[in-house]
Write a protein of this length. Structure first.
Length: 441
């Protein structure tokens, strides 16, 4: 994982002291003991804060000052699932939802409590499910609708917090559908992009596409009816160079162009007609160092072409016209530049995620899949890919035994379509490599 939780670190230190007590020197043992005490103290302080604050909020449910101050104290480090779960055990989710229910007319309470809740439920299904069942999302969307046109743009910045309800919790996506939440979020984008609140307000739009990145699932039809396809293309072309805008939009697009969307093929055609290939190419050009944006560009283009996918979803059928448009837009060379270039890639605003972001945004895996799709029944693209030496790069990666099993499969599929045969991609070798990768994880 990208991090080690506080409780796991405590356990590791305890085990290390037990195993190595006989060999470590006095100062080293003392350093380990001090680290252990510090971690224990930190965890106890955090837990005590949760319990004390939650108790005070329960005892004074109608005191708006206490509720506001309480929510301000209850935000956790969302990259640490242990903190999220400790907060849940202390009843924090319940008191936050109760504060929102008891103070619907206080914008300050709604904002502070929504943000605190988001930190506790982000990428945490159990917590997100409970928060949704207690009405947290209902209260937040009511506040969002009530104050989204306010000239003080604080409520319009809650999109990311709303999106936290959607990650891993399909039930909350359906709540948003029922309450018109998706329409509100898209309207907020329109209001802040050549709209009534300004020509371009970056933060409200960014927070809104955070919400759409995960909220589009089960709401594809609402998104398309609200004109999101054309809106997304325009945003990618005009502001795709700004951090997170294109990445989060393309997270939304993957739901629209998937087989789980009954209108997936029709919506894919709409994205092509709206200028999708040129928009994706533009994103690749203006984000040469952004790993998230480049990875999602490869995924989005793969969804546009089909039929091979690397994210476990079944792709739409192969679209030769889409392959031609993407080729003409320069996607083959742009993808080759990502894989064979020497640019150092970096991840933007992923530090608060509580999962392995290198695995989630594995650009090699996803760009291998894109090249496989662009080479599908296309000899000219095959020659261009081979001429760039990508086959040698893939073989080099396989020799390193990457820890992502899907990267192994994607690499071997690319070699297969390029008609490059190697023992590393025999059935037995792939099975063994994947098994080793799974075991290593």
């Amino acid at each position: 994982m990208a991090y080690v939780s506080g409780f796991t670190r405590i356990l590791c230190l305890v085990l290390m002291k037990s195993v190595f007590a006989s060999v470590c020197g006095g100062s080293e043992c003392e350093e380990d003991a001090n680290s252990l005490k510090l971690l224990q103290h930190s965890s106890i302080v955090v837990a005590n804060t949760f319990w004390a604050t939650a108790r005070k909020m329960r005892e004074n449910p109608l005191d708006v000052v206490i509720q506001l101050a309480g929510c301000a104290k209850l935000a956790v480090d969302s990259s640490k699932k242990s903190e999220q779960d400790a907060a849940a055990r202390a009843g924090v989710i319940d008191v936050i939802a109760a504060a929102q229910a008891n103070h619907p007319d206080s914008r300050e309470v709604q904002e502070a409590c929504t943000q605190a809740m988001a930190s506790i439920i982000l990428f945490n299904r159990e917590n997100g499910l409970r928060a949704g069942r207690l009405g947290g999302l209902n209260h937040t969307l009511a506040a969002y609708k009530r104050w989204m046109d306010d000239p003080v743009p604080t409520v319009t910045l809650l999109g990311g917090s709303i999106g936290a309800y959607f990650d891993f919790v399909d039930e909350n996506r359906l709540i948003a559908r029922e309450l018109g939440g998706i329409q509100m979020i898209l309207q907020n984008i329109k209001n802040n992009f050549h709209g009534k609140l300004g020509e371009w307000n970056y933060d409200p739009v960014k927070q809104s596409v955070f919400a759409m990145s995960s909220g589009t699932k089960f709401n594809e039809d609402v998104c398309v009816q609200m004109g999101c396809v054309q809106l997304y293309v325009q945003l990618m072309q005009e502001h795709g160079h700004e951090a997170k805008i294109a990445e989060e939009i393309m997270q939304s697009l993957r739901w629209i162009m998937s087989t789980r969307n009954p209108r997936g093929q029709e919506d894919r055609s709409s994205f092509l007609e709206a200028g999708g290939p040129a928009a994706v190419a533009h994103v690749m050009k203006v984000n040469p160092h952004d790993q998230g944006a480049l990875d999602l560009a490869c995924i989005t283009a793969s969804y546009m072409v089909g039929p091979h996918m690397s994210d476990g979803n079944i792709a739409l059928p192969f679209d030769q016209a889409a392959q031609l448009e993407l080729t003409e837009a320069g996607l083959v060379q742009l993808t080759l530049d990502i894989l064979t270039g020497s640019k150092q890639l970096q991840q933007l605003e992923h530090q608060m995620f509580n999962f392995d972001t290198d695995l989630a945004y594995n650009y090699r895996r996803d760009c291998y899949k894109l090249l496989t799709n662009l080479a599908h029944d296309n000899s000219q693209n095959k020659e261009l890919i081979l001429g760039a030496g990508v086959d040698k790069q893939v073989l080099g990666r396989l020799a390193e035994q990457p820890t992502d099993p899907l990267e192994v499969v994607a690499g071997c599929e690319l070699l297969s379509i390029l008609e490059v045969h190697n023992d590393a991609c025999s059935i037995k070798a792939v099975v063994d490599t994947v098994a080793s990768a799974v075991q290593a994880r």
